[in-house]
Ligand binder design. Structure first.
Ligand SMILES: [Zn+2]
Length: 387
């Protein structure tokens, strides 16, 4: 009997040891596989683009899923697209860190159901608990605050306009600091409970997209099955977000959802990472009608940096979508929303942002306009719209 116990104990210890090894090795392999870069740093731009980029006092990006991969963002990693040392190196002032909690197996742009999930196995491999989607989101929130705590004051998480103002004045005197704010990609992260809007808010979330790759309790995804607009629960969530001054993100929403949210929300909304049908016509991208409606509300159209959004993997494709949007509604409503570390191949890591400036110069943007697109529009928007 004693011997049997001993054997069982050894087996359990061996299994735990193997699982521990998996959590050490597997996340990095999966991360590397999912977040590729077409061209590695360093990135070379013209003297003019370099000078303009260096003169920018606020560079911002509205979408990055780096928290999903459990990567140490305090390290200058030789893989992945964003980390804090890279943000500092290229003088990025603010990065939105958006949280993915569930994504369907065989994820595609046309049709997905919420019946399967890739994130469960990813979380298991990372040694993160896989229980509720709300808890999954909260783990990622806690990770970002943890990075801030361990950053020697170099990185902070912004949760209010007061904190943002303090940060802006600190940053004016010290280039060697940077910041992020938290968003959620897909409100299935609420686990279907309205009270979880407040819970996520209390954990620092200041922006949330209604849907991701599949329909959820709020309504239809652009890549879902129903094509529906807001449900009663969806309306309740949008109203609660309005009340809390949580920014509503319509990226990945079905066109009917975008219509319904625009009608219902009393506050400016954003598409945190998008392309536009005008330069790249597919289900994920905004129509002219929706671009105009978002601009009318004083919102932001943040242009992404991967093939499926802008029909090209280079800075020129992103710049073309920026120009199309600026020509349609004016330059004040256009921003960057890369989708760095969002399981997409990007043309460069975050240190390649000067390449976007280079392309904007080629398209005839003035210095003042470049400053707005590269970050000032985000700054103005957040000063007005953070709680
Ligand atoms: Zn996305």
């Amino acid at each position: 009997m004693k011997k049997l116990f001993k054997i069982i104990a050894i087996i359990i210890i061996a299994i735990l040891a193997v699982y521990y090894l998996v959590t050490l090795i597997a996340p990095k392999i999966v991360d590397k596989e999912h977040n590729k870069i077409r061209e590695k740093a360093p990135y070379v731009v013209s003297e003019k683009a370099n000078k303009i980029y260096k003169s920018l006092d606020f560079v911002a990006d509205m979408h990055c899923d780096a928290l999903l991969w459990k990567r140490d963002l305090l390290k200058d990693n030789d893989f992945g697209q964003v980390d804090i040392p890279k943000m500092l190196r290229v003088n990025v002032s603010l990065q939105a860190f958006t949280i993915v909690t569930k994504s369907p197996k065989g994820q595609n742009f046309d049709k997905n159901t919420g019946g399967s999930d890739n994130i469960t196995s990813l979380y298991l491999a990372q040694g993160r608990p896989t229980n509720s989607l709300t808890k999954r989101a909260i783990y990622q929130c806690e990770d970002l605050f943890d990075f801030a705590k361990k950053s020697d004051g170099k990185f902070r998480v912004i949760t209010s306009s007061e904190e943002f103002k303090t940060y802006l004045s600190d940053k004016a005197n010290n280039k060697n600091i940077t910041a992020g704010f938290l968003g959620v990609e897909g409100a299935h992260a609420l686990d279907g409970k309205i009270e979880n809007v407040q819970l996520l808010f209390d954990n620092g979330v200041r922006m949330m997209a209604a849907t991701h790759f599949f329909d959820n309790k709020l309504g239809g995804s652009a890549h879902g099955v129903s094509g529906e607009g807001l449900t009663d629960f969806g309306r309740e969530v949008i109203k609660k977000m309005d009340k809390l001054n949580m920014i509503i993100d319509v990226a990945h929403c079905s066109p009917k959802m975008v219509d319904d949210i625009i009608k219902l929300s009393h506050r400016p909304i954003v598409s945190s990472h998008t392309g536009v049908k005008g330069t790249c016509d597919n289900v994920r991208n905004l129509s002219d009608k929706h671009i105009k409606a978002i601009a009318n509300l004083g919102g932001l159209i943040s242009i992404a940096m991967f093939k499926q959004a802008v029909c090209g993997i280079d800075a020129a494709a992103t710049a073309n979508a920026i120009k199309y949007t600026a020509d349609l509604v004016g330059v004040d409503f256009v921003a960057l929303g890369s989708d760095f570390d969002g399981s997409v191949t990007t043309p460069f890591d975050i240190t390649g942002l000067p390449l976007v400036v280079e392309e904007l110069i080629k398209l005839g943007f003035t210095e003042d306009e470049i400053q707005k697109v590269m970050g000032d529009n985000v700054k103005t928007f957040l000063l007005k719209n953070l709680p």
